[in-house]
Design a protein around this ligand. Structure first.
Ligand code: SAH
Length: 457
């Protein structure tokens, strides 16, 4: 195979990034914007030793999964990967991805349970972080393109509630009228970097946070007039004066209204401040947490350790069923929120520790804490091996692992297996359930139950 070769290719799988894959003489060929079941005319654009990247010049035979993409910036913006196939087909791909992670990465031949799909596949996000740019004197907001920091202008994103588009429009208009400068990554000049919006259920509360390369914004009252008319309940500025890809700085100032949102999850009320983590798909988060509670199988004697607890969402929704709850989280604002959230819900058996998961767990182990159940909900990179070893040393009856990355989840489950914690099964299916929190995108959430063979259950 060499560059510019053209050949017929049948697409038989998808990569974790959402590209189609086929094989020619045992060599993997990746082609973007294709679907499993397509036969395409492929044009080789990059030929490497082990793989080829091709462009689909023509769809010779379309996959039965195909649908017409409904977004003008699909695949140019870095958000969605699956707007050209049906939701059923997307769920199958996600199910397969979790299965492959366990079978191929971890060497654990588990029988995965059926993925829990989302009722809403559009408008489900409660959070947007829109980069602000300029084009021919006009301010534009949108999303970074898939492979660069070029801003793809997008005035209304189908994954977000309509109110977000209205608010972004008001911010653009206010910025233009008031000659607010726009941040430029190369020169590190200009004020307005990102519009960060977060909403409670049904947009009952909407917090608008402007990320700025500075300490203040001029004519803020004019902006507040505009956005409060569109449903905003708070306006916050976040100072980020660093030359960095990290979106948010560490300092917030509330200019108008309320500087956080309050939302209800599984019957528990949570206040969430801008720097604290909050699941972007509220309805599916409730299903995820309910499943985690089922796997945790708690009673009034349970000591529950909630690692990577954020504002306390998982642990606090379970706190009233257990004897004691301990939460660990690294972001100070999130821990402050968690403490207030315990109080707000009349929960008195909870203790929260701000620190790194591995270090805090080691401390708790030294203190002689013996949790019956440990929840792990790490970011994409998964858990440190040191943490997994400490968890095993604490000898809980059950570990419930909530993960947003099947690959690191499977890797960590293999480490657990070596330490005697395995995934039990019932009716031929193991307790591994993918939950689709991110329809149309490549991301997949998952819940796993791990039990120790030396405990009775
Ligand atoms: N369980 C929460 C948050 C999950 S997201 C929820 O469902 O809402 C993962 C959390 O881990 C984030 O809040 C992040 O701030 C936190 N985190 C990241 N690295 C950490 C570390 N090394 N130690 C402890 N917490 C960490």
């Amino acid at each position: 195979m060499k560059k510019n070769d053209e050949f017929e290719l049948e697409i038989t799988g998808m990569t974790a990034e959402g590209s189609g894959v086929g094989h020619i003489d045992g060599m993997a060929v990746f082609a973007d914007l294709t679907a499993v079941g397509d036969t395409i005319l492929a044009h080789a654009i990059k030929v490497k030793k082990n793989y080829t990247v091709a462009k689909a010049m023509e769809i010779i035979k379309p996959s039965p999964d195909r649908v017409e993409p409904d977004c003008p910036v699909f695949r140019r913006c870095g958000g969605c990967a699956y707007r050209h196939i049906s939701y059923e087909a997307e769920l199958k791909i996600k199910q397969q991805r979790v299965e492959d992670a366990f079978h191929r990465i971890a060497g654990l031949p588990l029988n995965i349970r059926d993925i829990i799909g989302s009722e809403e596949t559009q408008g489900y996000r409660n959070k947007a972080q829109l980069p602000v740019g300029e084009e021919q004197g006009k301010i534009k907001t949108g999303f970074f393109s898939r492979r660069s920091h070029n801003i793809i202008g997008c005035e209304s994103c189908l994954l977000q509630p309509e109110a977000f588009s209205d608010i972004a429009e008001q911010v653009r208009n206010w910025a233009e009228e008031n000659h607010i400068s726009v941040y430029d990554e190369n020169s590190h000049k200009g004020l307005l970097r990102h519009i960060y919006i977060r909403a409670a259920k049904d947009c009952r509360e909407i917090l608008v946070c402007l990320v700025i390369n500075g300490s203040n914004i001029p004519r803020a009252e004019k902006l507040w007039e505009r956005i409060s008319a569109k449903g905003a309940t708070g306006l916050v500025i976040n100072a980020n004066k660093e030359k960095t890809n990290v979106i948010l700085g560490t300092k917030n100032k509330t200019l108008f209204g309320k500087g956080s949102i309050t939302d209800t999850l599984c019957g528990t009320e949570f206040e969430i401040s801008p720097l604290s983590f909050y699941q972007v798909n509220r309805a599916q988060a409730e299903r995820l947490y309910s499943l985690a509670a089922e796997y945790a199988d708690l009673d009034e004697n349970t000591v529950l350790l909630d690692m990577y607890c954020g504002v306390g969402t998982i642990g606090l929704t379970m706190a009233k069923k257990v004897k004691q709850l301990i939460g660990v989280e690294i972001i100070p604002d999130a821990i402050e929120d968690a403490k207030k959230n315990a109080e707000r819900n009349g929960i008195t058996n909870a203790r929260f520790i701000c620190g790194d998961a591995s270090l805090a767990a080691a401390e708790l182990e030294k203190e002689g804490i013996k949790p019956d159940v440990i929840i792990l909900d790490p970011p994409r990179k998964g858990c440190d091996e040191a943490l997994i070893k400490t968890v095993a040393k604490m000898s809980p009856k059950r570990v419930v692992y909530v993960s947003c990355d099947p690959a690191t989840l499977a890797r960590d489950c293999a480490v657990f297996a070596d330490l005697g914690y395995t995934v039990p099964e019932e009716n031929g299916k193991h307790f591994v359930t993918p939950v689709d929190l991110f329809p149309k995108t490549v991301h997949t959430e998952c819940v796993v139950k791990l039990c120790c063979a030396t405990h009775s259950n």
